[in-house]
Design a binder for this molecule. Structure first.
Ligand code: SAM
Length: 181
């Protein structure tokens, strides 16, 4: 056996461990100081939220904390939406990109804090985030969103906004809150 082989294996392993540690550290900081952890919405609830949003073909749909990109994928696939997801956690963004590369998931993923972007062309904004985080985003929604734009929040209220409709929780999902500007 060549002497270089174990060295090469050790180096590969070391690079892998360092890469995973860096990813996990960034994730930890994003979770603590950013908008909260990645908790995927159950698939059944994803379809219920999208149906409740009443998306029409070609409409601009944003998920402001897209996770693995499930909302934007099904919004594009099932409703023909022009969907975009923002995800600030690089490791979660990487999962979303894997879904797109290997499973053919649709929609555009942007690795960034959505607050750096304007939501002025949004027809529908989807969110599943902690209530304290959503309360902070209310100001941007007020500033950016056009009249008639909908915000559909899974499980949590948005600050002081009053929902137009609340779909109560069932055995499989939390409540769904629909707001319209
Ligand atoms: C509870 S998860 C929901 C993921 C996905 N929307 C779903 O329902 O399956 C919230 C995600 O939002 C991301 N996030 C939080 N604040 C954000 C921000 N300001 N910009 C972009 N992503 C954000 C987090 O990293 C996390 O992955």
């Amino acid at each position: 056996m060549c002497i270089l082989e174990p060295m090469f294996l050790s180096l590969t392993l070391l690079i892998l461990v360092v890469a995973i540690t860096v990813f996990l550290t960034i994730s930890f900081y994003v979770t603590i100081f950013g908008g909260g952890p990645f908790v995927p919405t159950p698939m059944y609830a994803v379809h219920k939220v999208l149906k409740a949003a009443g998306i029409k073909k070609g409409q601009k749909v944003y998920d402001i904390g897209a996770g693995d990109g499930r909302f934007i994928h099904f919004a594009a696939k099932d409703y023909g939406a022009d969907s975009t997801g923002f995800e600030m956690d690089p490791s979660v963004y990487f999962i979303a990109k894997m879904r797109q590369w290997f499973w053919g998931w649709k929609g555009k993923m942007i690795r960034s804090n959505f607050q750096k972007y304007s939501l002025k062309d949004a027809d529908v904004v989807v969110c599943y985030m902690m209530p304290n985080t959503l309360a902070k985003f209310q100001k941007q929604f007020d500033k950016d969103l056009k009249k008639g734009a909908k915000v559909v929040s899974y499980a949590f209220h948005i600050g002081t906004w009053v929902p137009k409709k609340i779909i109560p929780k069932d055995g499989k999902t939390s409540k769904i809150l629909i707001y319209q500007k």
